[in-house]
Design a protein around this ligand. Structure first.
Ligand code: SAM
Length: 219
């Protein structure tokens, strides 16, 4: 994603009614923030927020948190959300590496990683959101039966993830190299990047991972 500094972005984020300003203060207390104990699902790297806003609209019985590290990008999501009232959706401007300081153990039901930055150079592998280091962070905040869903057009990143995720002790429950020609396409919610890549004729890869072992649920 091309990033341009937008003057005043930080100030607008600080004043936004859609953004939690001090998310660490809510660690272990997200049910209070939402005012109910519905399951919590988060999107890491939500970009302009199309995907998570659609989920929030379609599933009022689920709570959503959209996470974006860059102010200039988060501002676009805030602008897109204006005039749309979702009581079940908050935005955070945080880095995914800090998620365990924001959510308590087992506080999250599902994590979505959509079209995460590929970081193709080997020396940047640790920055990939499916690297073992990030999977260890997700492990801390997900419920025992919780899942990570990952979509990408980037075949190299996907093949890397098919190895890195099991190497971190997770099970890949399902995967496809062409989501839109697969049975898993049913109910798929498109992201901004997905719409663009699909229009270019690129196949979309998807996997779902959990900490199940041989079909057994973890303790
Ligand atoms: N998910 C959106 C979609 O599919 O249209 C946006 C995809 S965009 C390629 C990846 C997004 O992830 C960017 O907005 C980027 O700023 C964000 N991102 C990358 N690393 C992140 C991190 N460590 N924590 C939070 N967001 C991150």
């Amino acid at each position: 994603m091309r990033l341009r500094h937008i003057p005043g972005a930080e100030e607008q984020i600080a004043e936004s009614p859609f953004v939690i300003q001090d998310p660490q203060a809510n660690r272990g207390r997200w049910a209070e923030v939402f005012g109910n104990s519905n399951p919590i699902e988060i999107e890491v790297g939500m970009g302009k927020g199309k995907f998570i806003m659609e989920l929030a609209q379609d599933h009022p019985g689920v709570n959503y948190v959209g996470i974006e590290v860059y102010s200039s990008v988060l501002l676009k999501a805030i602008q897109r959300r204006k005039g749309r009232d979702f009581p079940n959706l908050w935005f955070l401007r945080v880095d995914a590496r800090d998620l365990a300081e924001i959510f308590g153990p087992a506080e999250v039901e599902k994590i979505y990683l959509n079209f995460s930055d590929p970081w193709p150079k080997d020396r940047h592998a640790k920055r990939r959101l499916t690297s073992p280091g990030f999977m260890a962070v997700y492990d801390k905040i997900l419920k025992p039966a919780g899942t990570v869903e990952f979509k990408t057009d980037n075949r190299e990143l996907f093949e890397y993830s098919l190895e890195s995720i099991p190497s971190a002790g997770w099970t890949v429950d399902l995967y496809t190299f062409d989501l839109h020609s697969s049975p898993y396409a049913d109910g798929n919610v498109m992201t901004e990047y997905e719409t663009k890549f699909l229009a270019e004729g690129k196949p979309i890869c998807k996997l779902r991972a959990s900490r199940r072992r041989g079909g057994e649920m973890p303790e």
